[in-house]
Design a protein around this ligand. Structure first.
Ligand SMILES: [Zn+2]
Length: 457
């Protein structure tokens, strides 16, 4: 039981069941958000009758889910890359076709709808890893309209955002940018830092940096990005060893694995998140874990792109906190991402239960908040951002999975819930989804319009 300082409440909710950590949920929890948008009161054992004017939330309340790795525009590829086989690299060509068609307005339209889909799925915080920066001819814009588009899209969809602005300078190890990739460039890391440095954090916005990958940023330039993030205390992310070919090219050029290169330039540490971390050596796992670097797994994208299964359990044991990302948005369901970490591990290892349900749910919430520069977030706790989602336990998918007193709630959320069971979502104390309806209205129509505009426009 804890209670913050008194003051006008922005919102009050009575939760039939709320997950406060551990394997079980707690019954009859009163939540209150202060005017600053963080929880000012989290009090179990308050009967509904005693909760006064609090909004009653029936079902299982969870901290808001966090997608720590998103490329919003990839949403336009869903189901359009499934017929012709191929590999990660042929998929990437299709993605480049799409990237070539975008402008800041279309990015805004797609991101606004994609973020609304994420919100409907219970996601309250998104880490958008943005690598489009220039116009179709590779010329810099005045200002940063793609970044502006993402920030405005998150605001319109009602989600908390960490803008992970990606430095992308090369088309591969020792390869120049090609015709499409010119849109991703900044010239050099100093120009990248000058562009990104113009954007300030806000109440629902964190600005972070990203090294797209060792393929796309030479070590000396990556060092500048890492130093920028370190100096600012901003989160730093990088795609790491998603595909074997990246490791081969990196080893041939630098005599080090991608993780080794990132360690050499001082990128690793608690502020760093390795995205994917699929094809790692034992030394890579030790470097990441030993430095306290975080790892963001994107299992539904990794299976879609035939990336492989990363060593999630070994990373966690070595000391790397885990987070989850919906990445390409081939699937938007953080519950599916969470259970996939364990289920993939079962297929690879022949053992069940390497990851406890509560740990998987923590990866989908607090782990993501930490990776995106919202420390202490992703929890129903006093002082944490007042972000939550509620799953409807009356749905057939969830019936019988949680006791009336809340026993087994983490396992039910991870192994039985899906995005469609989310009925209420609150961000910074304000409702974004109520009764299964997003404040923007018909999100399906918004998505259909945004996808059609980019392919047919
Ligand atoms: Zn990615």
């Amino acid at each position: 039981v804890s209670e913050g300082k008194a003051g006008p409440a922005l919102g009050r909710w009575w939760c039939e069941l709320a997950w406060l950590g551990g394997e079980d949920a707690t019954a009859d929890v009163l939540l209150e958000a202060g005017a600053d948008g963080s929880f000012s009161r989290v009090e179990p054992g308050v009967q509904r009758d005693a909760a006064g004017d609090a909004v009653a939330l029936f079902g299982l309340a969870l901290p808001g889910l966090v997608s720590a790795h998103s490329h919003a525009f990839h949403r336009a590829l869903r189901a359009w890359t499934q017929r012709d086989g191929g590999s990660f690299w042929t998929w990437r060509q299709r993605m480049y076709d799409l990237a070539g068609r975008l402008d800041p307005d279309r990015y805004w339209q797609l991101a606004s709808a994609a973020f609304a889909e994420l919100a409907l799925a219970g996601v309250t915080t998104v880490g958008e890893f943005l690598y489009l920066h220039r116009d179709r001819d590779g010329r810099p814009y005045a200002g940063d309209p793609f970044g502006d588009a993402v920030v405005e899209a998150a605001a319109s969809a009602g989600v908390r955002l960490t803008l992970l602005d990606a430095c992308y300078l090369a088309g591969g190890v020792n390869h120049p940018l090609d015709e499409v990739q010119r849109r991703f460039g900044d010239g050099d890391a100093e120009a990248w830092a000058a562009r990104v440095g113009g954007r300030a954090d806000g109440p629902l916005l964190r600005v972070g940096g990203a090294i797209h990958s060792v393929r796309a940023v030479p070590p000396a330039q990556a060092e500048v990005v890492a130093a920028w993030a370190g100096g600012r205390g901003a989160p730093l992310h990088a795609h790491v060893s998603e595909q074997p070919a990246e490791n081969e090219d990196c080893l041939a050029a630098y005599g080090r694995t991608p993780t080794g290169v990132l360690a050499d330039i001082g990128a690793l540490g608690p502020g760093f998140t390795a995205v994917h971390a699929t094809h790692l050596t034992a030394d890579d796992v030790a470097l990441l874990g030993g430095s306290g670097s975080a790892v963001c797994l994107c299992p539904t994208t990794e299976r879609d792109l035939a990336d492989g299964i990363g060593p999630a359990a070994a990373l966690r044991r070595a000391g790397s906190p885990l987070s989850l990302g919906s990445d390409s948005h081939a699937v938007v369901d953080l519950f599916e991402e969470a259970r996939a970490v364990e289920l993939d591990e079962r297929l690879a290892s022949g053992a069940r239960g390497t990851h406890a349900p509560a740990d998987l749910l923590a990866a989908a919430t607090a782990g993501g908040a930490q990776a995106l520069g919202w420390p202490g977030g992703g929890r129903l706790a006093v002082g944490a951002p007042a972000d939550l989602c509620v799953v409807d336990l009356r749905r057939p998918q969830l019936a019988g999975t949680v006791s009336a007193g809340g026993a087994n709630a983490a396992a039910a959320a991870v192994f039985a819930a899906d995005a469609s069971t989310v009925i209420d979502v609150v961000v910074a104390g304000r409702p974004v989804v109520a009764g299964g309806r997003h404040v923007l209205g018909d999100v399906g129509a918004l998505l259909a319009g945004a996808v059609a505009a980019v392919w047919e426009g």
